[in-house]
Design a protein around this ligand. Structure first.
Ligand code: HEM
Ligand SMILES: *[C@@H]1O[C@H](CO)[C@@H](O)[C@H](O)[C@H]1NC(C)=O
Ligand SMILES: *[C@@H]1O[C@H](CO)[C@@H](O)[C@H](O)[C@H]1NC(C)=O
Length: 359
């Protein structure tokens, strides 16, 4: 092909992309009155309302919202860039629950799949679209969260994911990095995804204390978890030391062994510390990593960008603070080359963190 012909073809191709973009950016008014970039997205507004009323107790950042985010991870990570580990973000965890919920790493996930199943049946969506829309909407209920993207059009899952794709809190950093790399994620993306633990609690690490949070502000999508995982441990929150936890700094709080080790390992310590009190960095990186996670194994070219159906989260301004009685002295800093941010301390006696209601 001559250069002139090649460039003519490229110009044509570019023109097609540009007109496709133009079609996408022209907004549409749905029968419901909502405005969206693409008419195909109109079908999703009623599902968003249904999720908020039937699953999230009226747009709360509670147990169901937290678990919906965890479910999207456990669904999507059933994938390998080398093949043979499942269909990724396909909703297989919801419909092949008889298989996937038996996996050890999916302990405690049955509550949210049982809660989502009847809502999924009413929604008319495929399992994958439902699981990943629910995660985006649930996360949006948490102040400080970025507005996650939502791509629409996942086909139904073909089969359950195999076991051992979901990392465990007892895994070494090397094992965690290897599993994520196998699914296509680099260390900065892993640390970014772990921002999710700012709206998280454990039900089954220690079964005697369901709903034990990972940070002192479990209803806010802030960077508090990155700070508190770095604070020296003092006690275990429940029935002594259980597999997957290390001593925690605050009464009523759980510090996961995996989070702690990632905060200390030379491969991830500076990435971890850089998140402390940097709300913008966390939001930007979490949003980008989630956008990748939520279409893992999917053919994005056949999907429609319906991100504008996701509610806009309330903002969190910060700055964050050390919990009462804590200060720089208590920080187990593992990245000396990065200046630790100067933070104030909450006034009063050391807190006891209450469990998440409904756990
Ligand atoms: C190294 C990787 C990870 C490990 C070892 C891990 C481990 C855990 C564990 C043990 C729990 C508590 C389960 C229970 O006892 O109920 C948990 C909760 C949670 N995880 Fe992770 N996780 C990892 C990555 C992620 C990622 C990438 C996300 C999302 C993007 C995520 C989101 C959550 C959420 C939201 C919860 C709280 C669920 C609730 O409160 O109901 N995790 N995680
Ligand atoms: C599992 O899936 C079945 C349908 O295959 C559904 O009826 C049931 O409610 C689901 N249970 C849980 C715990 O997700
Ligand atoms: C408490 O922990 C011990 C040791 O880890 C374990 O053997 C025991 O079953 C636990 N008790 C309960 C009620 O879970």
């Amino acid at each position: 092909m001559t250069f002139a012909r090649l460039s003519a073809v490229l110009t044509l191709a570019l023109g097609a992309v540009q007109s496709a973009n133009a079609a996408i950016t022209k907004s549409v008014r749905c029968a419901s009155g909502h405005v969206t970039a693409n008419a195909a997205c109109c079908a999703l507004f009623p599902v968003v309302d249904l999720l908020q009323s039937s699953l999230f107790d009226g747009a709360e950042c509670g147990e169901e919202a937290h678990s919906a985010l965890r479910l999207s991870f456990h669904d999507a990570i059933g994938f390998s860039i080398h093949g043979g580990k499942g269909g990724g973000a396909d909703g297989s965890i919801l419909v092949f629950n008889a298989t996937e919920l038996k996996f050890h790493a999916n302990g405690g996930i049955d509550d949210i799949t049982a809660g989502q199943f009847p809502v999924f049946q009413q929604s008319g969506l495929t399992p994958g679209d439902f699981v990943h829309l629910a995660a985006a909407v649930g996360t949006a209920n948490c102040p400080g969260a970025p507005r996650l993207e939502f791509m629409f059009g996942r086909p139904p899952p073909k089969a359950p994911a195999p076991d051992l794709t979901v990392p465990e809190p007892t895994d070494s950093v090397t094992k965690i990095l290897e599993r994520f790399a196998d699914a296509g994620f680099a260390p900065p993306e892993i640390v970014a995804l772990l921002s999710s633990h700012t709206i998280a609690a454990a039900d089954v690490v220690d079964v005697t204390i369901p709903g034990t949070p990972f940070d002192s502000t479990v209803g806010t999508f802030d960077t508090q978890v990155f700070l508190e995982v770095l604070l020296k441990g003092k006690s275990f929150p429940g029935n002594g030391s259980q597999p997957g936890e290390v001593l925690s700094p605050l009464r009523g709080e759980m510090r996961l062994q995996s989070d702690f080790e990632l905060s200390q390992d030379p491969r991830t310590a500076c990435l971890w510390q850089a998140m402390v009190n940097d709300q913008t960095r966390m939001q930007t990186q979490f949003k980008a990593a989630m956008a990748k996670l939520q279409v893992l194994g999917q053919d994005v070219k056949r999907m429609v960008d319906c991100s504008d159906v996701v509610p806009v989260p309330a903002t969190f301004k910060g700055p964050i603070k050390f919990p009462a009685t804590f200060s720089q002295r208590d920080v187990q800093q593992a990245c000396p080359e990065l200046r630790f941010p100067t933070l104030q301390t909450v006034a009063g006696p050391a807190p006891t963190i209450p469990p998440v209601p409904g756990s």
